[in-house]
Design a protein around this ligand. Structure first.
Ligand SMILES: *[C@@H]1O[C@H](CO)[C@@H](O)[C@H](O)[C@H]1NC(C)=O
Length: 512
């Protein structure tokens, strides 16, 4: 134990961002026996069929149709990858890769066109049965996300995630899914990336539904979304778990925030930014005390008072709510992409709107220009940040089971995606380092199975192991080099950093 602590301290010490540590070890490395490999997508990003078979409008339909100029290439998800019709090809790709599981999300307005549970759209339910049955035929487990951002527009008209009644609306929807699909699904994820839903949707207003209520909307949403998640968790836990035998959790977007220097001010600033960005959603569930992190409660209360608000802009949980939310996840779902360097000095004050999330934090952040990037300006290859984040989760929350539910890199169009290959090799290597140190990581999910509608970036940022041809009516999917590299990892359950695939033909090998 003492030795372990010294190791961790040592790693921490030498891995300040300037000297890149070589956490990766040479040679072939083995994953644990029970480790699971998958890929992920999300309903709005791939399904298309936006108004088919009884599906109603969601907030992304509304956002892209009414304000197309907010999307880089003026595109939308009306057709996307057309997975609503091409799901058999998607399952064929899962078989080519040899996946253990596939993570996809369900479109709320495809299941409940009014948003409420008054009427279930049978055609929508049938689509997901067909997809799941096709996967199960080949022993590919479904990992199902209930909410990956496509809220029924009718519920947004009533305030969406800022209306506390959404806790019940979401719970009703969750119950419909557990009731209809529960016997086939063993892995459930309630909410994908609450931080993005709340900050981009209701604070900055850059994502659908585009509500610009900076410094207020994201905090109302934060409380409601945590309670909605917890209610779905408890319904599953109390009524379905014993008969269906599955598990249920939440997936966070968590990047690593590294102090920009070893000054105590920067160290504190990095800690504050971590707590504001993702601790806000993980502390209430995974810490021993529950509730929002103290540093957030204190800073937002102080700023709110200075600004003349009669109460904190961060709503409070009652003691009963704190206990209801605490412990409400069977695993820590982690979507991780990259790392930022965080500092605090005079330059961070007075530059953000008041009130706002960034003004509340009082930190600044940037990325080292030396870090390799791809098509997404924010996603830089910093594998040691992944290692440190996994270690931080282990140390802060008593080593919960971690399911990496997204990890990936954007490249430009083309099949020779060397940047993505490097990214996956180095991040899987960092993940193995974290496992070696005792982190309980049980699954890894590559984002994404294929290129798809990347929100406000449209089709200009490509995250796929498979390239999608948006000019072809068939939305032809072609494996990139990274697909062959990932396939070999999944097949051998090892990471061989020197493996160079033969990329001529993609085959289906297996027992799958
Ligand atoms: C604040 O810190 C950042 C990052 O280290 C630096 O680029 C900037 O020049 C500093 N500004 C001031 C006013 O010290």
């Amino acid at each position: 134990m003492i030795l372990l602590q010294i190791c961790v301290l040592f790693l921490y010490f030498v891995s300040s961002h300037e000297e890149k540590v070589k956490l990766s070890r040479d040679g072939v490395r083995k994953f644990p026996d029970e480790f699971l490999f998958g890929t992920a997508t999300a309903s709005y990003q791939v399904e298309g069929a936006w108004d088919e078979d009884g599906k109603s409008e969601n907030i992304w339909d509304h956002f892209t149709h009414t304000q197309p100029h907010l999307i880089t290439d003026y595109s939308n998800g009306d057709i996307a990858d057309d997975s609503y019709h091409l799901y058999k090809r998607d399952v064929e790709m899962m078989r080519e890769l040899g996946l253990d599981f596939y993570r996809f999300s369900i479109s709320w307005p495809r299941i409940l066109p009014s948003g409420f549970a008054d009427r279930v759209n049978e055609a929508g339910v049938a689509y997901y049965h067909n997809l799941i049955d096709e996967m199960l035929k080949y022993n590919i487990e479904p990992m199902v996300t209930l909410y990956h951002w496509d809220l029924p527009q009718r519920l947004q008209d009533l305030g969406g995630w800022t209306n506390p009644l959404i806790v019940d609306w979401f719970a009703d929807y969750a119950r419909v899914l557990f009731e209809n699909l529960g016997d086939k699904v063993k892995y459930w994820i309630t909410i994908n990336e609450p931080a993005v839903v709340c900050y981009y949707g209701y604070g900055a207003g850059a994502f659908a539904p585009g509500v610009d209520a900076s410094g207020i909307g994201e905090y109302l949403c934060a409380k409601n979304i945590l309670l909605a998640h917890a209610k779905a968790f408890h319904i599953y836990n109390d009524e379905y778990k014993s008969k269906n035998g599955g598990i249920i959790g939440i997936s966070y977007s968590a990047q690593w925030y590294e102090p920009a220097s070893d000054s105590s001010v920067d160290i504190e600033a990095a800690e504050v930014q971590s707590q504001f960005e993702w601790g806000k959603y993980s502390h209430p569930i995974f810490s021993e005390t529950g509730d929002f992190p103290d540093v957030m409660k204190e800073k937002i209360a102080a700023k709110s008072a200075e600004q003349g608000f009669p109460r904190s802009r961060l709503p409070e949980f009652t003691q009963e709510e704190i206990e209801y939310v605490r412990g409400s996840s069977d695993f820590f779902g982690l979507n991780h992409y990259t790392t930022f360097l965080v500092y605090r000095n005079e330059s961070v004050y007075g530059v953000h709107p008041v009130p706002s999330f960034y003004d509340d934090m009082d930190t600044g952040s940037y990325q080292d220009p030396e870090w390799e990037g791809g098509e997404s300006e924010a996603v830089k290859i910093v594998p040691w940040g992944f290692y440190k984040l996994l270690t931080e989760i282990r140390e802060s929350y008593n080593n919960p089971p971690v399911y990496v539910t997204e990890n990936g890199f954007a490249t430009y169009i083309g099949l020779q995606d060397e940047g993505r290959v490097r990214y996956y090799r180095e991040y899987l290597s960092a993940l193995l380092d974290a496992i070696d140190e005792g982190c309980d990581v049980r699954a890894y999910t590559a984002w994404s199975l294929m290129d798809n509608f990347e929100w406000t970036k449209g089709y200009t940022q490509r995250f796929g192991l498979y390239e999608v041809d948006y000019e072809s009516p068939e939305r032809t999917r072609t494996p990139r080099k990274s697909a062959f590299v990932y396939k070999e990892v999944v097949r051998t359950r090892t990471l061989d950093l020197d493996y160079e695939p033969d990329t001529d033909v993609m085959t289906i090998d297996d027992g799958h």
